[in-house]
Design a binder for this molecule. Structure first.
Ligand code: HEC
Length: 232
């Protein structure tokens, strides 16, 4: 611990200490690696790490060693696991988790995402969200639009592990002003519900709202890497 300056009078020190302590605590929380939660559930290979506080993750769970593979190989790895993975998500009561693989997929091959814990992702949209295919020109989405993003971790040693399913559903006006009336859900590969905006463990998915708010101009959507976009 850094020594306090000698000129520091006791009363002022404790006041300064308080001021410093608060940002430090915030920093510690924001740098937590939610991977630990995954390791705990044996979803990601690697030595077990102490579990982090799953009540307040600040960003997605991170995969430590993502594979550097071609689009084709990523697609093949995905095809091998997608049906089994979808059965896992379907254990949840979420209707989208049961049907999303039959929706339109907007990416040509799974893409590696930094925003989503360095996993390989796929983005699907239901029929109401069909304007997603216009990407940045899509405008505001109608109530009932649902976007589903499943995820796999492919590690350097070739292991493929299912990751969470991420959902955004456009709700009626007034549902949640800050989220642009999007309901965020995160469903774990075993079908357990990690969190749902204004529902089960709502606070656990607040970090989704914050990052997507940066894309407020495009109705809170971030879209896909351009080179892998499906265009009509
Ligand atoms: C650190 C920033 C960040 C956080 C936190 C985040 N996202 Fe995203 N999200 C993105 C980005 C960037 C994309 C665009 C594709 C990509 O690179 O992942 C995206 C795309 C999506 C999409 C596809 C629709 C779109 O925007 O194109 C869904 C669905 C989604 N995220 C759900 C979630 C959910 C659910 C959570 C919380 C559990 C969440 N996101 C948290 C950055 C984030």
């Amino acid at each position: 611990m850094a020594r306090l300056p000698k000129t520091c009078v006791l009363r002022i020190c404790s006041a300064a200490g308080l001021v410093v302590l608060i940002p430090l605590t915030g920093l510690a929380q924001s740098t937590l690696e939610p991977d630990d939660y995954q390791s705990e559930r044996n979803l990601v290979p690697g030595p077990a790490k102490p579990a982090e506080d799953p009540l307040g993750p600040r960003r997605h769970f991170r995969v430590p060693n993502p594979a550097n593979i071609s689009d084709q190989d990523a697609q093949k790895a995905y095809e091998d696991v997608v049906q089994g993975m979808a059965r896992g998500y379907a254990v949840s009561d979420d209707p989208s988790a049961k049907t999303y693989t039959r929706w339109k997929r907007y990416n040509m091959a799974p893409y590696l995402s930094a925003g989503h814990g360095r996993r390989f992702l796929n983005t699907y949209g239901n029929a109401i969200a069909k304007n997603y295919g216009k990407y940045e020109a899509a405008g505001r989405f109608p109530v009932g639009s649902i976007l589903a993003k499943d995820s796999i971790a492919i590690t350097e040693d070739g292991k493929v592990n299912p990751g969470p399913l991420f959902l955004m559903e456009k709700m009626a006006e007034g549902f949640n002003h800050v989220s642009g009336d999007w309901k965020y859900s995160m469903i774990m590969p075993d079908g357990s519900v990690f969190g749902v905006t204004n529902g089960t463990s709502s606070q656990k998915v607040e970090f989704c709202i914050a990052c997507h708010l940066a894309a407020e101009k495009t109705d809170h959507l971030h879209f896909l890497p351009k080179r892998l976009r499906v265009t009509e």
